[in-house]
Write a protein that binds this ligand. Sequence first.
Ligand code: SF4
Length: 359
Amino acid sequence: MKPDQIGLELSVVPSIRPSVAVLDLRLRGTKFVTLQPRSVLNSPTQTGMEYWSINPYVGCEFGCTYCYARYAHRYVVERAHDAGKLTDQEFAEYRGAHGWEAFENRIFVKEQILGALDADLRRFFKVQQPDGDIEAIVIGTATDPYQPAERRFRLTRAVLERLAKYEGLSVGIITKSPLVARDRDVLLRLQERNDLQIHVSLITADAKLARKLEARSPIPAARLRALKKLTDAGVNAGLIIAPVLPGITDDVPSLTKLFVAARAAGARFIHAGALRLYPAIRDRFMPILGEHFPDLLPRYEKAYKGQGAAPRDYAKALARRVKTLQRKHGFPVNDGMVDRYRVKRRPAQGSLELRGSLL
Ligand code: SF4
């Protein structure tokens, strides 16, 4: 039995109350609770991104320390509390002692996602320009769509099945999970009449380093094997190296290992982007940085002072490095993540004071 199947034996758990029914409970303590949103396809206006996005789950068991999606979980919990759907006691549980733990072990499952998606897609098509490109839909912008929950609830697969009935869409998926290879059949169907890009996410080929930074993510070799399965099947898939961590994973030898591994796995493209250090990330990430890389702590504090985005000089230097590697290893040259899934409204830049670049 695989670890993430253990808890299925314990799955008969009574609802706390109708709005937050517990669907499953794992031995590790993870609870899966139902969420029934009226809308699941977020528009660019709602998110500030240039694309539409779908996240079948809120929260993610992989627990990457640098994950910027913790804010989304906090938002859902605070809204439910404000609306009287969570008691104070439940609010404390669903938020966690420091406000970030529950993101990893209180996972909201968007049940009945297809009903909401159908209504959203009608809205989506209505606002597309008749003569312009159809805007992209990205699955997995705020939580991993193939996290362990997907093995049981299969919401991502259901979404893909629905999207495969359309044509002319531009669909992206971002995941760290080898489970994505399970859906090769529906991905190939979707790809027949739509533009599809699967981004397998990997920040380092070093399994020990990955474990320091990502509490429960699949090991790098498993992700690369999944990438190979996808490309062998003919699915348009590549690697996304994000976030690149200054002074930790941004050196040429480390990046080269990823480019070589991606090439061997048949990746069609590679995107990369530097760490964004927003407030919701700092609480979780900075103590880990201090524990494993104490020398870097003051440098990060200085470089990201007053801003979430990486300093402009650093981002430019990283983009140059990535482009050089793309050329060298025979990948299409692009501007990293911004090439396809561009952030429309950038957070305000504070003082860009990176002296003595981390590169
Ligand atoms: S896999 Fe993605 S969504 Fe999940 S914790 Fe890691 S960065 Fe966040």
